[in-house]
Design a protein around this ligand. Structure first.
Ligand code: ADP
Ligand code: ADP
Length: 231
C-alpha cells in the first residue's frame, strides 16, 4: 500500500553527532512529502534509513511501512516496494532501452515504450535500434544529466513500486528539459507514496506536506500555503 511512518526517530553515524533527533511524520498511502533544509540537515539520512542502508537500534525509534516495522521485513521485499530516483543516476554502459528494461526483467517492447513515453523520453528512446536486451548501441554514460534522470524515472515507472524516494538534482537545467522532467516526475509520483528531497518549486508546491529540517530536527511543517503564511 505504501503508508510510511517515522516514530520519534533518532540516528547517529558512527563517531558523529546525531544526524536525526526525534523525527516523527507520516506519509499516507499515495501522499507526497517534501523534505527541505540546508545541506547536512538530515534529509538524505531519512531516505537511507527507509531504504535500510542503516538500521535503527533499540531506543532510536521506529520506522514502519503499512504498520510493520521495516526491521521485520526482509531487505529484499522492502526494496521491491521502493523505487529510488537519485540525484545523479548511474547508468549501465548499455543501450538506453537496456537501462530502462532493468526496472522489470522480461518487460515487453510495448511496456518499455510506454514507460519511456511517460518519462518524456519520446525522441531518443523510440529509436530502440537494437532491442532492449542488447548491450550495444547508444551508451547510457553519454547522456546528459537530464536524460539520465528520465531514464531513471522510466526504469522506476516500469518497476512500478508503491513507494518512491526522490533526490532532486540541485543543478539548473534548461527550461525545456526542466519542463520534461517535471512532467515525468508528475507521472511517476501519481498514485504512489513519495518522499522527496525537494529543490524544485513544483515539487514543493504540489507536496501534501513539507518538512523543514535543520540539524536533524523538523523545525517547521505544513502545506506550501501554510508555510508561506508563517514566514
Ligand atoms: P542532508 O541530506 O540534509 O544534506 P545528511 O542526512 O546527508 O543531510 O546529513 C546529516 C548529518 O549526518 C550531517 O552532519 C552529515 O555530515 C552526516 N552524515 C551524512 N552521511 C554520513 C555518513 N555516511 N557518515 C557519517 N556522517 C554522515
Ligand atoms: P549527499 O552528497 O548525497 O548529501 P552526504 O554528503 O551527506 O551525501 O554524504 C556524506 C558521506 O556519506 C559521504 O562520504 C558519502 O559518500 C557517504 N554516503 C552517502 N550515501 C551513503 C550511503 N547510502 N551509505 C553509506 N555512505 C553514504
Amino acid at each position: 500500500n505504501g503508508e510510511i511512518e517515522f516514530e520519534n526517530v533518532s540516528f547517529t553515524y558512527d563517531g558523529r553527532q546525531a544526524a536525526l533527533k526525534g523525527v516523527s511524520f507520516k506519509v499516507p498511502k499515495g501522499g507526497a512529502v517534501a523534505l527541505v533544509g540546508e545541506s547536512g540537515a538530515g534529509k538524505s539520512t531519512i531516505l537511507r534509513l527507509l531504504y535500510r542502508f542503516y538500521d535503527l537500534k533499540d531506543g532510536e525509534g521506529r520506522i514502519t511501512v503499512d504498520g510493520q516495522d521495516i526491521r521485520d521485513v526482509t531487505q529484499e521485499s522492502l526494496r521491491k516496494a521502493i523505487g529510488v530516483v537519485p540525484q545523479d543516476s548511474v547508468l549501465f554502459n548499455a543501450s538506453i532501452a537496456y537501462n530502462i528494461g532493468y526496472g522489470k526483467f522480461g518487460a515487453t517492447q510495448e511496456e518499455l515504450e510506454e514507460a519511456a513515453k511517460a518519462a518524456q523520453m519520446h525522441d531518443r528512446i523510440l529509436t530502440f535500434p537494437e532491442g532492449y536486451d542488447t548491450k550495444v548501441g547508444e551508451r547510457g554514460i553519454r547522456l546528459s544529466g537530464g536524460e539520465k534522470q528520465r531514464v531513471a524515472i522510466a526504469r522506476t515507472l516500469l518497476k512500478n513500486p508503491p513507494i518512491l524516494l526522490l533526490d532532486e538534482a540541485t543543478s539548473a537545467l534548461d527550461t525545456s528539459t526542466e519542463r520534461d522532467i517535471q512532467k515525468a516526475l508528475q507521472n511517476l509520483v501519481q498514485g504512489r507514496s513519495s518522499l522527496s528531497i525537494a529543490h524544485r518549486l513544483s515539487t514543493i508546491s504540489s507536496a501534501d506536506l513539507i518538512l523543514v529540517l535543520k540539524d536533524g530536527h523538523i523545525i517547521e511543517q505544513g502545506s506550501h500555503k501554510q508555510l508561506l503564511e508563517l514566514n
